[in-house]
Design a protein around this ligand. Structure first.
Ligand code: GLV
Ligand code: MN
Ligand code: MN
Length: 423
């Protein structure tokens, strides 16, 4: 076993993340949404790094960049090659930090580069995947790129539109992608040995425990429900308060109701968020007649999450009715809690232990591409401590030694990787 320079690996990761962070739709902050020209530029950079690290590169129908590091003895063009999948995403939220997603892609590339430098190939291939639709901030889809790799892409998603009325289908075409190629993006269950992802924790647990790394046991389930309230527009100066059908006031009460419902379920780590709202007609002196918001509701267990959504829908109908408004719901994302495979968790923990780390096990409240991959192959995640648990914020930060520890753990994990025998 060669020794690993953890500090050097961490510095490499930091430099690559800085380069990626410079690719943004906005000049003064990091925003890189799915299928934008900036997504494409980031994808090209990642493909270049993959090639430099010894991988054959390709882009699939959803724009996922795929680097393939051949297994020992693999013949060019061979199909049905057993492969370990390592990935994360290169899309970001609006005004993002530079670690969420990108760290996992960079760790995968640096791990492969390590083996290439040693001239070492494994008895399995390694595919590094850079997904583009993990955040789901542009279209009414979430995880569509990893779903395509898992063979779970729903054709109806193509008609979903962004805020400018551009459909996913049209955006794919503008990006240079061919929807006819979506079925071919799927990796077969026989080839996929496992999916592993490194990601910043995005919460404070590891920092509180004073440890750099953690192993994820499961990812919380999630709903995204679009709520549309219709009231009656009117003059802000003339309609008495008791005679209004104000869609925004109804929406406000619904959001507070969602907060109360989530707070009533701390045992399920339930959280409810409204981070996007559109108010029409949007004039200072007009009573709002149409409001659209998306409720993001998550919990560590599926039964209380479903119960909570039902409770919210009933409450929202009552609140709308009391104000003379109508309300409609569309739940476009219902992702069950996804469990990480115990055997993979153990192998990740063993990789970390070989370097002297003792990673605790923890649940992920944030969503990840593993939730889409779980239908196709076993998955596990390695979390990296981040400062004050801050994420989805430019203040997001992870240290060079912690990132180096993550790359080194990934390397040791790959060296010791033993998939269970299949029946
Ligand atoms: C992605 O980061 C999500 O959890 O929404
Ligand atoms: Mn992420
Ligand atoms: Mn994120």
């Amino acid at each position: 076993m060669t020794s690993l320079d953890i500090d050097r690996l961490g510095r490499r990761a930091e430099a690559m993340l800085d380069e990626l962070a410079a690719i943004s739709e906005e000049p003064d902050r990091l925003t890189r949404r799915f299928l934008t020209p900036e997504h494409k530029r980031a994808a090209h950079l990642v493909a270049q790094w993959m090639a430099e690290a010894g991988m054959a590169t390709a882009e699939d129908a959803l724009g996922t960049v795929r680097g393939h590091y051949a297994m020992a003895g693999e013949e060019a063009g061979a199909n049905a090659v057993p492969r370990l999948l390592i990935g994360s995403h290169i899309d970001t939220v609006i005004n993002a930090g530079k670690y969420d997603g990108m760290l996992g892609v960079v760790c995968g590339i640096l791990a492969v580069e390590h083996f290439r430098d040693l001239g070492r190939q494994m008895p399995f291939a390694i595919d590094v995947l850079a997904f583009g639709d993990e955040e789901g901030v542009r279209f009414p889809t979430v995880l569509s790129s990893s779903a395509a790799v898992a063979g779970q892409f729903e054709p109806s998603w193509l008609e979903g539109k962004d805020r400018d009325g551009v459909s996913l289908r049209d955006a794919m075409q503008a990006y240079g992608l061919d929807t006819a190629g979506i079925p071919a993006a799927a990796i077969s269950r026989d080839e996929a040995l496992a999916y592993v992802e490194v990601h910043i924790e995005q919460g404070p647990v590891l920092e509180h425990a004073d440890v750099p790394l953690g192993v994820v046991t499961s990812i919380a389930g999630q709903f995204r429900t679009r709520v549309t309230i219709t009231g009656m527009a009117g003059h802000a100066g003339t309609v008495p308060m008791g005679l209004r059908q104000d869609a925004l006031l109804a929406a406000s009460e619904m959001m507070l109701a969602a907060e109360a419902i989530a707070k009533a379920h701390p045992e399920a780590s339930m959280v409810a968020t409204v981070g996007q709202i559109a108010v029409k007609p949007g004039a200072i002196n007009v009573i709002p007649d149409r409001v659209e918001f998306v409720l993001d509701l998550r919990a560590a267990a599926d039964a209380p999450r479903h119960k909570a959504l039902d409770q919210f829908l009933r409450k929202a109908e009552a609140l709308a009715g009391a104000r003379g408004c109508a309300v409609a719901f569309e739940t476009y994302h219902d992702c069950p809690t996804a469990a990480c495979a115990p055997w993979l968790q153990d192998q990740l923990a063993a990789g970390a232990a070989s370097l002297g780390f003792s990673p605790p096990r923890l649940v992920s409240g944030a969503g990840h591409d593993g939730q889409a991959m779980v239908g196709m192959t076993d998955f596990a995640m390695l979390f990296v401590r981040c400062e004050r648990g801050i994420s989805h914020n430019p203040l997001e930060s992870a240290t060079v030694p912690d990132m180096g520890a993550a790359v080194a753990t990934l390397i040791r994990f790959i060296e010791g990787f033993r998939p269970p025998a299949r029946p």
